[in-house]
Design a protein around this ligand. Structure first.
Ligand code: ATP
Ligand code: MG
Length: 564
């Protein structure tokens, strides 16, 4: 974490104060709690940066806790990939852990504990079983402006409640028949405080525990217990949980009464929750549910499709962990909901790749050029990265026939077109000055071959007589160049907010041109590049080699963004 202004945000100040006032027992502990029901996306990456970043900054630890309290839709495939993606972003969990792996927890490992705590609440008269149907329950709960009504079961004695709760656990009832509610305050203006449900019946197998349970704790009950018992000091989450905070504190108070809060360095550790604004990106959707829908519909080629806002998709697109972290840092942490422009993310990746990516020449839309007065072949030496001398030089071959991009030639040049055109001189990058003499067309009138001559006194690119040549274009030698496929990506949606007509309709805003595959040629040096290697194709864009050998375009070179 750097010391920029954005990193001195309110969460950091909040933690600083607790450290100064001795509330952490000498160690700041945070956690990142994803539900293993999908791959993590750029929004999660922001939470990762905040949760791990704050722990790092204060020399503490951040736990990775899989919040697997919801039996349906969770899987080990998701769990494994969440870990992989967090590591790739540059973070590592640490701390005790609930098993072999330091710092790693499954919330479901706490089900026994949670159940015991729930029984204890029942015994203490702080929770009761309720059999109102969904509709009735809503009606009894009422609206914020008016107090709700007590459930007819609200004053059932603890013994009977305990009996029903155990029967719920033992599978005597169907889903929804009974639930366990905390007994708090039916007249609170905060409806989350009106005797919230803390356990519900769900006859669904859990991906780790199988059919051990048919009752599952609700998030608002489970989360503070997990945080408290793991010894978390600072629990950070997104703003929608702000109204749940009184309930979070209520649960922690009950644990305190039960003497369950951990003690560290002589200090009782009382977890606290604070909330920050979600990361929202224009021209995309971020909810795992909608991303899954696109995967299942085949609208994209999987969770790691390079157009997806998932961390694995962005990796395949060529984004770097550093650029993603820089992006999260730049948008900052606040309590104001806002939308970020993907152009800022692109700006961050260009910044990094401009410094680090090796330069290569690639021709994506090739047309052949014949240098009529050239014989044999010559070696050209070019810098790997003009901004980084240490990156060294590379060699490539220049021959009588080369490929150039079709867009770099005009038979009848427009004003200010300084590239290749009949009668005009152009510099062939790193090689020589070339004068076009004309072109040959095919039956359809399309340019098939361009002809011209080189100036033998210009080897390296500059004329011996000092005359100026305005344009420089890239090229690939036809004899030694290697055929390559390129995938060109654009925004996945044409609409700034694809959800503007509701989540049922977002697919109608898909950009039909979001993926295009073309074939062209690259310098021979690129044939041996490994998957995941990133390059700047001169004058074209940043690309990354994919597992199938194609080059995925990360971003073009053109920057439409200036950061403030
Ligand atoms: P989604 O709605 O996309 O499925 P979620 O909030 O249900 O996301 P979880 O796996 O429950 O996903 O979230 C793990 C953590 O990531 C939570 O602390 C959550 O607040 C945070 N998080 C999720 N989405 C964002 C976002 N867009 N911006 C910042 N933090 C986020
Ligand atoms: Mg969720």
């Amino acid at each position: 974490m750097n010391e920029s202004d954005t990193s001195r945000h309110f969460l950091r100040q909040w933690i600083e104060k607790d450290v100064a006032e001795g509330r952490t027992g000498g160690k700041v502990v945070t956690r990142f709690p994803p539900e293993p029901n999908g791959y993590i996306h750029i929004g999660h990456a922001k939470a990762v940066c905040v949760d791990f970043g704050m722990a790092e900054l204060f020399g503490g630890e951040c736990h990775l806790r899989l919040d697997d309290t919801n039996p349906a839709k969770e899987s080990d495939e998701y769990a494994e990939n969440i870990k992989k993606d967090i590591n790739w972003l540059g973070f590592q969990w640490s701390g005790e852990g609930d098993g072999e792996e330091p710092g790693f927890y499954n919330a479901s490992n706490m089900f026994d504990k949670m159940y015991e705590i729930a029984e204890e609440l029942v015994r203490r008269g702080q929770a009761y079983c309720c059999n109102l149907g969904q509709e009735e329950w809503k009606e009894y709960r009422g609206v914020p402006e008016r107090p709700g009504r007590p459930s007819p079961s609200r004053d059932t004695d603890p013994e009977r409640n305990l009996k029903i709760f155990r029967e719920m656990r033992d599978g005597k009832y169907a889903d929804g028949e009974w639930c366990l509610r905390a007994k708090i305050d039916m007249s609170s203006p905060n409806i989350h405080f009106r005797d919230p449900v803390i356990y519900r019946i769900r006859h669904v197998s859990h991906y780790h525990l199988g059919d051990k349970w048919c009752i599952y704790p609700m998030y608002d009950f489970a989360h503070p217990i997990e945080d408290a018992l793991e010894g978390v000091t600072h629990s950070m989450c997104t703003l929608e949980f702000e109204v749940h905070r009184p309930l979070y504190d209520w649960v922690v108070d009950r644990l305190d009464e039960m003497g369950m809060l951990p003690v560290r360095g002589g200090v009782k550790i009382r977890t606290q929750q604070r909330e920050f604004a979600r990361l929202n990106l224009t021209y995309t959707v971020m909810s795992k549910r909608l991303l899954l829908q696109m995967v299942q519909n085949g609208v994209v080629d999987g969770w790691d499709d390079p157009r997806m806002p998932t961390v694995c998709g962005m990796r395949r697109r060529g984004f770097t962990p550093g650029a993603i972290r820089e992006f999260c840092d730049r948008i900052g942490v606040s309590k104001m909901e806002s939308e970020s422009d993907p152009a800022l993310l692109e700006w961050c990746v260009r910044e990094e790749l401009n410094r680090t990516a090796l330069r290569r020449m690639a021709v994506l839309d090739p047309v052949k050029v014949v240098v009529d007065n050239f014989e044999g072949e010559r070696e050209v030496e070019l810098p790997n990265n003009p901004l980084d001398e240490a990156a060294g030089m590379r060699r490539t071959v220049f021959g009588r026939e080369i490929w150039i991009d079709r867009a770099d030639f005009m038979e009848v040049p427009e004003k200010k077109f300084f590239r290749m055109a009949p009668g005009q001189e152009v510099r062939l990058r790193g090689a020589c000055i070339f004068k076009c003499t004309g072109c040959v067309k095919d039956a359809s009138g399309r340019v098939a071959e361009i002809h011209g001559t080189w100036d033998p006194d210009s080897w390296g690119g500059n004329a011996a007589d000092g005359r100026k040549v305005k344009g420089t274009i890239h090229w690939v030698d036809a004899k030694t160049g290697v055929k390559a496929r390129f995938r060109l990506y654009e925004k996945l949606f044409t609409e700034k907010n694809p959800l503007k007509d509701g989540p049922e309709n977002f697919l109608k805003y898909l950009n039909p041109g979001s993926k295009r595959e073309v074939e062209g040629y690259v310098e021979p040096a690129l044939a041996s590049a490994g998957a995941g290697e990133r390059f700047q194709f001169e004058r074209t864009g940043y690309f990354v080699k994919d597992a199938d050998g194609a080059f995925n375009r990360t971003v073009t070179l053109k920057d439409g963004y200036k950061p403030a």
